[in-house]
Every structure is written in C-alpha cells, then in structure tokens.
Design a protein around this ligand. Structure first.
Ligand SMILES: [Ca+2]
Ligand SMILES: [Ca+2]
Length: 160
C-alpha cells in the first residue's frame, strides 16, 4: 500500500510505502497552516478547545471545511494512526449524525448516507433515544459510537 503523508510541523509531503522508505517525489497540494494532507484531502485535528458537535461543525465551516467525512478504511486508518501518534485524544467528533427526517445516519458535508462504517460492536444503539452524533473513542481503539451531541469533544475538520 502506498500512502502520502505530511508529518506534523513540516511543509514537505513525503510518500512512504509500508516499509517507511521514501519512494516518490512529492505532489503539492496546498492545505495551509494547521492542516495536514493525506491523499486528496486536508485535515485539521482540533484537540483543544473541545466543542459540542454542532459548534464543531460550525467551526469547521468557518475554517473552510466540514466535519470529517470518512469514505473508506484507508482514510479511517490514517485518522486513527494520526491520533494515536499525536495527542491520543479520548473522544473525537466526526461528521456523521442521525437525520431525524430520514431516520438514518448521514454525513454533514453532503447529506449522503454512510457507506463505509467502523461502528464498535453493538453500536449505534441510540441509548435512551438521545444519541444523534458520532464520535471516535480512544477507549475502543477509535471505533465509532453514537452519543449525545451536547458532549464537548475534540474534532477533525476536512477540506478538499
Ligand atoms: Ca473524507
Ligand atoms: Ca451509542
């Protein structure tokens, strides 16, 4: 598997293979300060200050992005890996939330249904009928859980 990855605090994009060797010249995508590039997207990991899901969504929009939309296992793996080697936050909001009108989970960025998912076993369980937002939790190796939107957590923004 080949991934492109920009290490935190650097401006160079480095292509690495699974052995960690640099194998290809960099491809330039300008993410801007505070954003990290992976594949064709840029990510902003906000560990502090923590926010409710709705405030996090608004903050991502203000920054020119959206709450992260996780499309596949590679993107999910990148996000997990980044958090584990960085601040290892306890809870992180992602862009999935439960649409009351449609009675299903959708991504806030484009209102599409979730295709790839990484739910923790037994989730989503909509505990007490009040769990409409989705987070990744370090206690379950960053698998996904639905939870009340009013919690204040770290969050991940994405932009293209
Ligand atoms: Ca994405
Ligand atoms: Ca739950």
């Amino acid at each position: 598997m080949l991934i492109d990855f920009r290490y935190p605090g650097t401006t160079e994009t480095t292509f690495v293979n699974t052995l960690g060797a640099d194998v290809l010249p960099k491809v330039t995508i300008t993410c801007g300060s505070g954003w990290d590039q992976f594949m064709r997207s840029c990510y902003h990991f906000q560990f502090e200050p923590k926010m409710t899901w709705n405030a996090a969504k608004t903050d991502c929009h203000r920054k020119g992005g959206f709450l992260v939309k996780i499309d596949n296992t590679v993107e999910n793996w990148f996000l997990k890996s980044f958090m584990i080697v960085d601040k290892n936050p306890s809870h992180v909001w992602i862009g999935a939330h439960h649409s009351v009108q449609e009675s299903r989970f959708i991504w806030e960025s484009d209102n599409t249904m979730l295709t790839y998912t990484d739910w923790n076993p037994g989730e989503p369980n909509n505990s007490q009928g009040q769990e409409d937002c989705v987070h990744m939790s370090s206690s379950i190796t960053y698998k996904w859980n639905d939870i009340r939107c009013s919690h204040t957590f770290s969050f991940i923004c994405e932009k293209h």
